[in-house]
Design a protein around this ligand. Sequence first.
Ligand SMILES: [Ca+2]
Ligand SMILES: [Ca+2]
Length: 442
Amino acid sequence: MKKIAILLAGVLLALGLAMFAGCGDNAGDEFDPDAGLDTENVFFDDFTEGVRSEYWNIGNSKWGTDNGGVLPQNVKYTEDGILILQCNGDNYTGDLRGHGNDHGRRTGAQIISREYFGPGRFEVRMKCLPRFGSTTAFWTYYYTGENNYEIDIELNVEQDFTAVWNTNWLTLEQSDHYVTNTPVVNNDGEWHVYKFEWHTDPARIDYYIDDVLTHTSQVYVPDVAMPINIGNWFPAGWAGSPDFETDYTFVDWFRYTPYLNNDYTPHAKDGASDESLYPQSPVELPVANLISNAQMESTAEIPVSTSQPGKNAWRQSMNGDVSFAEGQGIGGSTAIELKDGHSVYQYISGMHESFELNLSGYAKTLSGTGRIVIECMPLYTQTLAEYTIEFSGCADFTRLDKTFTLPEGTQRLRVSLEADDGSDILFDDLFCNLTKKIPQSS
Ligand SMILES: [Ca+2]
Ligand SMILES: [Ca+2]
């Protein structure tokens, strides 16, 4: 994860291809990735016993700049064996505090195997964090000061959930970095299996998503045992802007199958993390809300035009007649009150044209009419399609919703709340996510 060397890597990749083309390709046709699999010595964890200290360490550190690191509090699990890696974006207002920050924003989660694994097949079944800003990664890593041994699968790169970075490293200056399109939209809410097969004889690494090969590397192949990491974290810039509160990577299982007759330098198992860092009891599977400050309980100042972490997730185009009405929301909570032609908005990024979403919200029309507007956009300001949910004559809070699809090229939504001229509207409790993620109503 040493991204300082990425630019160099492109140059080295070109050199590497020039130097190595033809050296290993001849054997490609006969190469059998199943040969030598040691199925008697599989390491498998489906997390049905939580995050076991016999197997895992809990990430509690920081690398890179402009982020709060990875926090043990963001590592959770469900009773039926789903590992939850929580991530908190720029709209996070909770109680967590990151490494080197006093607000908990841009904090992710990581687990690290205590075992150092040699050459083998590494597989994880997971749903990556679906929002821009944080990368979800599956990687081995062993840094000695002199060498930086590493094999990476990184998702949500370059603001594109249909791209993957496959990178293997020997030192910070010697790496094979490859970007390619993926066979799936990685944040589509479905389970996907991410895999790499690491051989030292012959030296090669094959990377896969759902059994579709995304890259084969035959240069800079490590030959020392390394722990496996599963996590999400906030790089400075290359994963986009984290315009969300909290979302999750879900991991169903991890499996390692060694290869026989592949030489490597072994390494003793690490000790366990402090017992207090492990999640102690299961939680319910969380369902993320793509809308930030959806319940209007944060009454921080609403910034004009630009997103400003620490201020409200809602924004306004110009200073308008907008306020938070404490005690006037649903069940005596806080609502947002818009009057006389004014509006607030926020963006939801990480969208893809294959998605179907549902957005719901409550409004109470004290007078006049208003609406929720959903605009489908590429990354810049251009509206490809627009949907509205109209409210009028709602003497009490009324819930309305809309299910909608996204036109080709959509990468983000702008969700606006509007009051017409001469109107006075309260909005509260919005919810938006992919239709497949919406919990069944009870
Ligand atoms: Ca599981
Ligand atoms: Ca509320």
